[in-house]
Design a protein around this ligand. Structure first.
Ligand code: NAD
Ligand code: UD1
Length: 349
């Protein structure tokens, strides 16, 4: 896509903020909408500072995706060439406890967005899907054709939204939609100025390990050491968040291809890394010892999950550049400079 005006939902969040930065550096004008449910406006301010010497700007609108009149007003005031849709809730355990909250926020939010986009003739969308739609794969690497299933309500919201997108494209070929199935995003911008700042106790490996390294938590609990993997711990495809952000620019470019309809691409590295390998890489990058405690398998966890990256390489002309050591070193750069994330200290959290 020739650079244009992009709306980014959830742009204050972890992946969103890194993508907004790459968009600005590439010359796009950006409008972020976010209700700040799981993020901080400071992230947007820092993105602005990092992109200060580049022409385009970012506007921030604190708003909920489900607020249709507000969304409608924004689309009426600005012509957007495309939308990148990150906004959503993503904690698997919480989704099991509060399924209606997840269906309302993620599915109803997306339907509201799609309706308003259609009303204003903006029919280009890049959507954040997840490797969670592969369930527990029997065969790896996962190709995009792998049968879909979801192990929890969070994963089902992604599955439902994917199906909704396929349905609207089926009856209206003006829709151009790319759904990106992320594997495990980690790391931070190399400046250490933006990064992941989850609320409460982190559910995911890297943010948890980072909090152990800065002394906020005593030890990492390793979930399961009896998997049939190299060292018995779970294997995942960790991908640097800046590579992931660049994948969105590649997807925007692809939306200009007249032959594109509704397509899905994996964004991963194609390499599997175990929990203990990740711990060793993070210890090396940070110079900190990460005490580990072994416990049983986490319910719902897959054993081995990594991506086939062929389709994205071939059709999006995109490939991840960063390796595990760089992911850990950038994660540590962010963590050591911002031990309490965007908050000045734990007392303000
Ligand atoms: P995040 O929580 O950091 O960002 C999501 C943002 O959306 C937050 O800033 C939140 O405040 C906002 N938001 C949520 N509901 C909203 C609503 N109704 N209206 C407006 N704003 C709302 O999460 P992230 O890691 O940046 O993930 C971005 C997207 O990628 C999500 O859809 C997530 O499901 C998907 N995804 C993430 C991962 C991962 O491991 N981080 C993996 C696969 C897919
Ligand atoms: C999890 C979700 C997945 C979601 C993704 C991104 C589950 C079952 N899966 O994926 O649906 O798309 O997050 O939000 O929750 N681990 C530990 N100790 C920890 C944390 C994790 O050992 O404290 C292990 C896990 O068992 C796994 C690996 O580290 O083997 C990665 O875990 P995590 O970062 O939570 O990602 P996923 O499980 O891949």
């Amino acid at each position: 896509m020739a650079v244009g005006s992009i709306m980014v939902t959830g742009g204050a969040g972890y992946i969103g903020s890194h993508t907004v930065l790459q968009l600005l550096l590439d010359g796009y004008q950006v409008a972020v909408i976010d209700n700040l449910d799981n993020s901080s406006a400071t992230a947007i301010q820092r993105v602005r500072e990092l992109a200060a010497h580049h022409g385009p700007s970012v506007t921030f609108h604190q708003m909920d995706l489900r607020d249709k009149p507000a969304l409608d007003k924004l689309f009426a005031s600005t012509k957007f060439d495309a939308v990148i849709h990150f906004a959503g809730l993503k904690a698997v355990g919480e989704s099991v406890e509060k399924p209606l909250m997840y269906y309302d926020n993620n599915v109803v939010g997306t339907i509201t967005l799609l309706e308003v986009m259609a009303t204003h003739g903006c029919k280009k969308l890049v959507f954040s899907s997840s490797a969670a739609v592969y369930g527990w794969p029997k065969v790896v690497p996962c190709t995009e054709e792998y049968p879909l299933s979801a192990a929890n309500p969070y994963g089902r919201t992604k599955l439902f939204i994917e199906e909704i997108c396929r349905d609207i494209h089926r009856i209206d070929s003006e829709w151009k939609i790319i759904m990106l199935r992320y594997f495990n995003p980690v790391g931070a911008h190399p400046s250490g100025y933006i990064g992941e700042d989850p609320r409460g106790i982190p559910n995911n490996l890297m943010p948890f390990m980072q909090q152990v390294a800065v002394g906020r938590r005593p030890a990492l609990t390793v979930f399961g050491s009896d998997y049939s993997t190299r060292d018995g711990t779970g294997v995942r495809d960790y991908i640097h968040v800046v590579d992931l952000a660049d994948g969105h620019i590649a997807a925007l470019n692809k939306l200009s291809d007249p032959s594109i309809g509704c397509e899905v691409y994996n964004l991963g590295t194609g390499k599997g890394t175990s929990v203990l390998e990740m711990v060793a890489a993070f210890e090396k990058a940070s110079g900190k010892e990460i005490p580990v405690v072994f416990s049983g398998r986490r319910p719902g966890d897959a054993e081995i999950l990594y991506a086939s990256t062929k389709k994205a390489e071939l059709e999006l002309n995109w490939k991840a550049k960063y390796d595990i050591n760089e992911m850990c070193s950038h994660q540590w750069n962010w963590a050591s400079k911002n031990p309490y994330g965007y908050k000045p200290s734990e007392s303000k959290s």
